[in-house]
Design a binder for this molecule. Structure first.
Ligand code: NAP
Length: 305
């Protein structure tokens, strides 16, 4: 394997360390403790795990964590009332509503009811528009983490050919905007793209955000390209044996076929341990940025786009 492994776990620990340092300074010099409110509706097991680890890491960097767990049948009016309360609470600098929401709740309506200045997920339509027009915004955490890793690896991204596979609102589209902002020549590929292997083969930077296990093989990768694998897919791993209930054990894989891609790429993020840890680190960075902006203080360098 020739590729340099981009260690997202170590990078994320470094980002969280930077955030913790800035939080300590904010407290000592300005008496401000950034606060992140996370709202979870219902009992989706994966969401519960995410919310728990977000809360734990928020506290670890010295911020206040406010968790709001609501019943699965919470009405839209009650959820909107809570968001209104958090919007008006000066101790809360960041608000995250864990997605997906139960089916009876309108996700767009709920997300767009968050004060854009506190929208640390960067999904509010105002932040989408600000990002799209190159203005200061709250940047979605996963693409921000990818951008940080790319900047760290390449220095300047200017003029590089970037292909983003996937056009979701939470990953693909904001990723493409960020790469464009850094002067890459950007192609967004999706399920209707013709000759996808040839499109990917042109890229100096490939960001795979598809949700299909190991879909991108090594022979789609240009030699020396940088590969950022956003995918998190659980597949059966018979080589690991079976669970007590007789079911086959599983493992996590990305959207890129790691071994074949690592043999040809210049650098690659692993799954797990690549993009995943950066997402929560960027959520904390966004909360810090929001707290600085809310108080008219300069933003820490290098923690946003
Ligand atoms: P999504 O909303 O399902 O979007 C998937 C995108 O992939 C769509 O734009 C779709 O195209 C495209 N696609 C599907 N099949 C394709 C194919 N055969 N060829 C080319 N494009 C294809 O997914 P997402 O929310 O962006 O997430 C993508 C992956 O990233 C998932 O594995 C998810 O678990 C992971 N993820 C990871 C993190 C993290 O923290 N690391 C965060 C978010 C998501 P169409 O638009 O044409 O349907």
């Amino acid at each position: 394997m020739g590729a340099q492994i981009i260690d997202g776990k170590a990078f994320a620990a470094q980002v969280r360390g930077q955030v913790a340092g800035h939080v300590a300074t904010l407290k000592a010099e300005h008496g401000i403790t950034p606060g992140l409110a996370v709202v979870l509706v219902g009992e989706d097991p994966a969401s519960q795990v995410y919310v728990r680890s977000k809360g734990k890491m928020t506290v670890e960097v010295g911020m206040n964590s406010y968790e709001h767990k609501l019943e699965a049948d919470t009405s839209e009016a009650d959820l909107l009332a809570l968001i209104d309360q958090l919007n008006n609470d000066p101790a809360v600098h960041g608000i995250l509503v864990q997605l997906p929401l139960p089916g009876h709740l309108n996700e767009d309506l709920v997300i767009n009811s968050i004060d854009p200045a506190k929208d640390v997920d960067g999904f509010h339509i105002s932040n989408v528009g600000l990002l799209g027009t190159g203005q200061k915004s709250m940047v979605p955490c996963t693409p921000l983490g990818c951008l940080m890793m790319l900047r760290d690896h390449h220095g300047s991204l200017s003029g590089l050919d970037a292909v983003v596979v996937g056009r979701s609102n939470i990953v693909g589209k904001p990723m493409a905007q960020l790469l464009l902002g850094d002067s890459c020549t950007v192609t967004i590929a999706h399920s209707r793209t013709k000759d996808l292997p040839d499109v990917v083969r042109r890229a100096d930077i490939v960001v795979a955000a598809v949700g299909r296990p190991e879909m991108v093989p090594g022979d789609w990768i240009k030699p020396g390209a940088t590969v950022i694998d956003v995918g998190i897919n659980r597949i059966e791993a018979p080589e690991k044996g079976t669970n007590e209930d007789g079911s086959v054990k599983t493992r996590l894989v990305g959207d890129v076929h790691y071994d074949s891609a690592a043999a040809i790429a210049g650098a690659i993020t692993p799954v797990p341990g690549g993009v995943g840890p950066m997402t929560i680190a960027c959520l904390l960075a966004n909360t810090l940025t929001a707290a600085c902006r809310a108080n008219g203080l300069p933003e820490p360098e290098g923690l946003t786009a």
